[in-house]
Ligand binder design. Sequence first.
Ligand SMILES: O=P(O)(O)OC[C@H]1O[C@H](OP(=O)(O)OP(=O)(O)O)[C@H](O)[C@@H]1O
Length: 248
Amino acid sequence: MKRLEKTTLQLRAVSVLRRLKSRRTYDELADVTGLSASDLNRYVNGHVLPGVERAREIVDDLGRETLAAEIESRIDRDEEGYVDNTAVVFDQSLLDLVAGVAAETFELERPDVVLTAATDGITIAGAMARHFDVPVAYAKKSRETGVSEFVEARQRLTPGIEITYSLPASALEDGDDVLLVDDFVRSGNTQALLLELADRAGATVSGVFTLIAVGEDGLASVRQSTDAPVVAFTTLSDAGEPEGYPRT
Ligand SMILES: O=P(O)(O)OC[C@H]1O[C@H](OP(=O)(O)OP(=O)(O)O)[C@H](O)[C@@H]1O
């Protein structure tokens, strides 16, 4: 592991601890982490960095669980099960941390481009692109004025109603490795569309990452369309209650 990667991991672990600390005393944080309150105080206040192995444990064991619980606690659902994740997708610093933790825990490979669909996927896709230091591209439901060439794919909403998503042709090059990212997957239709766009551009999809999966059906459907790993940071049940992680 290179020095820069080690330091990045150590700093990410500190960010996770700071998020946890914001709602807890040091003694409570010690109970959650199994680390001593005095060590935690030094990490959180920036006097010392955790060692690399300890940092990895903090990120892998606590990072995802903590952030998934935070995401779940910020999601509202109406009576019909529609998701309001505004409080998540508007919080860029939370997403920046999620992107780094997700890349570490899911061992996502560095792509050439991160691709998403406008609108709500843009902030998590931007966070993932920044993590890997690669460009982010997004397909839109309208053609960008001034762009002459597009790659396009159609999404069928109901019989007779379709939306065309347009991606400037310059966004992807033949042979690019692409990571598909979105804020949530429900039916998987949006990911199917992004897979089609990538395919039309001659790109290879190296992975699919969603912040939230609503039920398992959408993920299963995406997995049938690609051999690339398809992963969700957290999964909510269709019935309305988040599952998999305790709330904080
Ligand atoms: O798996 P699916 O059933 O396709 O649903 C997931 C998509 O739905 C939402 O976008 P939406 O189409 O609502 O557009 P928006 O981001 O502009 O709100 C969300 O941002 C995903 O892109």
